[in-house]
Design a protein around this ligand. Structure first.
Ligand code: BGC
Length: 471
C-alpha cells in the first residue's frame, strides 16, 4: 500500500524543543527577544528551557525509537551555530550538539530530514533589517552552505525554510509571531519578506546543486503550508474565483514561482495591482519582481514539502475596507463548515479528507512532484488526556486518506511526518497547546516524556505498514 522506502516520521523545531537559549555560546534569536517582551506569548511563557532537548536529546532518541520512525525531522538553530548570523564566527559547541544528534539518529537507523530555518532568525540579523532586507537572503545562503558542508555527509533531505507564509504574514503583518511587526499598508512588509525568503531558498538550492549534490546526493526543498480550500457555494462564480485567489495567496505564493513559472501566480499579482490602484497606491511595487540577474527561482525544489493541518470554505468578499493589506488584496473570506469538528486550538478544524484533496491538487497543478507531508497533526488544550482517543482516530483516518491518494489518485507521496514528536513550545500559545505524540511534563524538573495513546497508535500503524511492505 505504501512504497517500500516510504518515510515514516515525526517533526520538531529547534526553538520549540531545545531550550538552552544562552547555552555554550548560542546567540539570541528573534523568538528569544519576542518571548521576553511582555504580552507577546500566552502566560508570558518562553522557550528558554522548552523540552531541554539541548541536554535531553538522548531521551528524544528513545521516543523516536519507541515509535519505530524511519525518519525524524528537526531544525537547526541558526544562532546556535552562527551566533551573529554570519560565518565570521562559528560556535563549535553548536556544531558538536547537532553532530551528536545526527550521529545518534543514524546509529539507530533513523534518517534525518533537516530544516535550516524554522522561524528563528538570529537577532543580530533582525537588527540589520531581518527578512525585509535583501542582504538576509545572501547571509542565509552562506549559512546554508555552511550546514551542507558540515552536516551534508549525513543529511539527505533538506528543507531550507519552513512556512515562509507564516513568517511573512504572522511575523510582519499580523505581528503575532516574531519579530512582531504589524506593517500592512503600502510598504507591504509581508510581500517583501516572502520575496526575500524565496530568493534565499533559491540561492541555497543553487549552492547545493552546484557544490554539494554530486558528492552528497541529497534533495532540497522548502516547506509550504496550505489549507485545503473549497468554495462555500460550489455553484457561485464569485466564490469559485475567491477560492482561486485564496489558494494563489497561500500555496501559490510560494509554489508557483518554484514549480511552475519562476514568478508569482498571475491571480495574485493582478489582485494586488487592482486593489493598490483602487486605493490610490501604485500597484506593481507592492509585490516585488524577481531580478533576471539573480539565480532563477523556477525548478528549485527537488520534492514538494507540504504542511497540512486544516480546511476552509471560501466566499467572496471579506477584504478589510480601505486598508492596504493582504486580506483586502485577496478579498476572500474563510468559513468553517459546522460539520467539521474543531479540536484543541480554534483554527484547527479536523478534515482528513482535505489532505487527499490537496495532494490531488498538487499532483495536477505542479506536474506530479514527489511529495513529503512534512507536517500534519492534531492539538490538545485544557486538561491533559494521555488516552487521546480522538487524536488516535485522527491519525488512522488521515493516514488512510494518504493511502488513497497514493493508490487511487496516483499521487507520488514519499513520506509522512506527524507533528510533533513532543509536546513543545507552540509559539504564541506557549505550552497551552499540545501537539505531541509524547507528553512532556513541564512541571517536572526532569521534563519526563510519556507516550500518548496516539503515539502508540502511530507506532502500530507504522509497524503494520512496514510489515505489509516486506511481504
Ligand atoms: C509550524 C509548527 C507549529 C505547527 C502547529 C506549523 O505552522 O511549522 O512549528 O508548531 O504549525 O501550529
Amino acid at each position: 500500500m505504501f512504497p517500500r522506502d516510504f518515510a515514516w516520521g515525526a517533526g520538531t523545531a529547534a526553538y520549540q524543543i531545545e531550550g538552552g537559549w544562552q547555552a555554550d555560546g548560542k546567540g539570541p534569536s528573534i523568538w528569544d527577544t519576542f518571548c521576553h517582551e511582555k504580552g507577546r506569548v500566552f502566560g508570558e511563557q518562553n522557550g528558554d528551557e522548552a523540552c531541554n532537548s539541548y541536554e535531553l536529546w538522548e531521551k528524544d532518541l528513545e521516543c523516536i525509537q519507541q515509535l519505530g520512525l524511519t525518519h525524524y525531522r528537526l531544525s537547526l538553530s541558526w544562532a546556535r551555530l552562527l551566533p551573529d548570523g554570519t560565518t565570521r564566527h562559528v560556535n563549535q559547541k553548536g556544531v558538536q550538539y547537532y553532530n551528536k544528534v545526527l550521529d545518534g539518529l543514524l546509529a539507530c537507523g533513523v534518517s534525518p530530514m533537516v530544516t535550516l530555518y524554522h522561524f528563528d532568525l538570529p537577532q543580530a540579523l533582525q537588527d540589520q533589517g531581518g527578512w525585509k532586507s535583501a542582504g538576509t537572503a545572501t547571509l542565509f545562503d552562506s549559512y546554508a552552505r555552511f550546514c551542507f558542508q558540515t552536516f551534508g555527509d549525513r543529511v539527505k533531505l533538506w528543507i531550507t525554510i519552513n512556512e515562509p507564509y507564516v513568517c511573512a504574514k504572522l511575523g510582519h503583518e499580523d505581528g503575532i509571531h516574531a519579530p512582531g511587526l504589524k506593517e500592512p499598508g503600502a510598504a507591504a512588509a509581508a510581500y517583501l519578506v516572502g520575496h526575500n525568503m524565496l530568493r534565499a531558498h533559491a540561492m541555497a538550492w543553487h549552492s547545493y546543486d552546484s557544490c554539494y549534490r554530486t558528492e552528497q546526493k541529497g534533495a532540497v526543498s522548502l516547506a509550504i503550508n496550505s489549507d485545503w480550500l473549497e468554495p462555500l457555494n460550489a455553484g457561485r462564480t464569485e466564490d469559485i474565483a475567491a477560492t482561486e485567489r485564496q489558494l494563489a495567496f497561500t500555496l501559490g505564493w510560494f509554489a508557483w514561482p518554484v514549480f511552475v513559472t519562476g514568478d508569482y501566480p498571475e491571480t495574485m499579482r493582478s489582485a494586488i495591482d487592482a486593489r493598490s490602484k483602487k486605493l490610490g497606491c501604485s500597484g506593481s511595487s507592492r509585490l516585488p519582481s524577481f531580478s533576471k540577474d539573480e539565480p532563477a527561482i523556477l525548478g528549485t525544489a527537488d520534492f514538494f514539502a507540504l504542511n497540512y493541518y486544516t480546511s476552509r470554505n471560501v466566499e467572496a468578499g471579506g477584504g478589510c475596507g480601505e486598508t492596504l493589506c493582504m486580506k483586502s488584496d485577496r478579498d476572500a473570506g474563510e468559513v468553517l463548515d459546522p460539520s467539521w469538528p474543531v479540536c484543541g486550538v480554534s483554527w484547527l478544524a479536523v478534515v482528513p479528507r482535505g489532505l487527499r484533496e490537496l495532494l490531488k491538487y498538487i499532483k495536477d497543478a505542479f506536474n506530479n512532484p514527489a511529495v513529503y507531508i512534512t507536517e500534519n497533526g492534531f492539538s490538545q488544550v485544557g486538561p491533559l488526556q494521555i488516552e487521546d482517543v480522538q487524536r488516535s482516530e485522527f491519525y488512522q483516518d488521515t493516514i488512510l486518506e494518504v493511502a488513497k491518494a497514493i493508490q487511487e489518485d496516483g499521487v507520488n507521496v514519499r513520506g509522512y511526518f506527524a507533528w510533533s514528536l513532543l509536546d513543545n513550545f507552540e509559539w504564541a500559545d506557549g505550552f497551552s497547546v499540545r501537539f505531541g505524540l509524547f507528553h512532556v511534563d513541564f512541571t517536572d524538573a526532569r521534563l519526563s516524556r510519556t507516550i500518548y495513546q496516539s503515539g502508540r497508535e502511530y507506532a502500530k500503524i507504522i509497524s503494520r505498514y512496514k510489515c505489509g511492505q516486506s511481504k
